[in-house]
Design a protein around this ligand. Structure first.
Ligand SMILES: Cc1cc2nc3c(=O)[nH]c(=O)nc-3n(C[C@H](O)[C@H](O)[C@H](O)COP(=O)(O)OP(=O)(O)OC[C@H]3O[C@@H](n4cnc5c(N)ncnc54)[C@H](O)[C@@H]3O)c2cc1C
Ligand code: SF4
Length: 325
């Protein structure tokens, strides 16, 4: 680990003052410290934000408001989340390990870096870590990599489980910098890799996530997160699906769907949502609606199974959600 300056901030203003491209904010540290030890990230200055007043979880008529420093385990256990946004609680509970969830924050989870092995191995070329150096995954071991939203420069998946239901539910991310506060839909917060995979989101260098708002909706309370992985715990997703349905009798009035493990960012499936709306909630409807879920997918040598697995994951999620209502 390279030497760096450590500072503690007590206010948001103090945290963002003087922050720049070589500053990193320290929340739970479960990603940042790991990557600093590997020298994948080498900030000159680390600003500890744990004393900022960015905790708290409230539910009102607008929706669920969660401070960036709320811990993953606390959010997963909150009665308001379990009751009104079950797939958010489920995505958190299926993430990492209990110890990590006790330490890791909501803001840090949304800003964790990819788990592409080449990104974490500084002896290999990686455009995301070192722009212009090449992508080792394109013709390397790419079983865990993305099939949607990829580019010639990067095929890394977005790793956050939490971001998947949050994208499905049209969550807003609240940001603060020395220039003031702003809010951005999570749907447009993450950028596609294109030719610049080192740029992963619209966050400015001195900007802090202060919290999120998940809107109230007629479908969030009837939702489910399904995660498919190589082992049943402590593993990132091969595919995942966050599905929410609003039903009137047996008819689907509205659907919200996003998937993980397959895209370079959390992937909303609006075409599948449209294909479900107005139809009876039957297995025939589910099968037909997900037929085009992986449209535009560009699999590589080791992840050709992902489009079919994605379709099966979606049918399973929709079926389980409908049967268990
Ligand atoms: C072994 C292992 C398994 C894991 N498995 C999963 C999994 O299955 N699913 C999953 O989703 N995640 C998984 N994770 C990732 C884990 O959830 C993240 O490490 C964690 O959520 C990051 O939160 P943190 O508070 O520790 O962030 P930190 O490590 O403190 O920060 C992460 C990044 O975000 C920045 N940052 C943090 N907070 C803010 C803020 N408020 N504003 C601006 N920038 C900020 C930091 O500067 C840093 O770049 C796993 C991690 C490990 C180590
Ligand atoms: S997929 Fe992206 S993160 Fe992985 S080696 Fe290629 S450029 Fe780096």
């Amino acid at each position: 680990m390279r030497p760096y300056i450590y500072a503690q901030a007590r206010t948001v203003r103090e945290a963002v003052r003087g922050a720049g491209p070589d500053t990193a904010f320290l929340a739970g540290g479960t990603t940042l410290v790991d990557l600093m030890k590997l020298e994948v990230m080498s900030p000159d200055r680390v600003v500890d934000i744990n004393r900022l007043p960015l905790d708290g979880l409230t539910l009102d008529h607008k929706g669920l408001h969660v401070g960036a420093l709320e811990r993953m385990s606390d959010v997963a256990a909150a009665p308001a989340v379990r009751r009104h946004y079950p797939m958010v609680a489920q995505a958190l509970e299926l993430s990492a390990s209990a110890q990590l969830r006790n330490m890791a924050s909501i803001g840090g989870n949304l800003l964790q870096r990819t788990r592409c092995g080449y990104f974490r191995d500084v002896t290999t070329p990686c455009n995301k870590r070192e722009p212009g150096s090449g992508c080792s995954a394109l013709n390397g071991i790419n079983r865990n990599h993305a099939v949607l939203g990829t580019s010639h420069a990067c095929i890394a998946t977005h790793p956050s489980d939490l971001a998947v239901p949050l994208v499905a539910l049209s969550t807003t991310v609240h940001l603060a910098s020395a220039r003031g506060a702003r809010s951005v839909p999570l749907d447009t917060f993450y950028t596609l890799p294109g030719a610049t995979p080192d740029i992963e989101n619209v966050l400015r260098p001195n900007e802090l996530i202060t919290g999120i708002t998940v809107p109230r909706s007629p479908w969030a309370a009837h939702s489910l997160y399904v995660k498919i992985r190589d082992r049943q715990s402590y593993e990132f997703a091969l595919t995942s699906a966050a599905v929410a349905l609003q039903l009137r009798g047996r008819t689907i009035v509205n659907a919200r769907i996003a998937v993980g493990g397959v895209g370079t960012r959390p992937w909303r499936l609006t075409a599948v949502e449209r294909a479900l709306a107005g139809r009876p909630a039957t297995s025939a409807t589910f099968e037909a609606a997900v037929a085009g879920a992986a449209e535009g997918a560009r699999p590589r040598e080791h992840n050709r199974f992902k489009p079919a697995l994605l379709r099966r994951t979606l049918v399973r999620a929709l079926t389980e959600l409908h049967e268990n209502r």
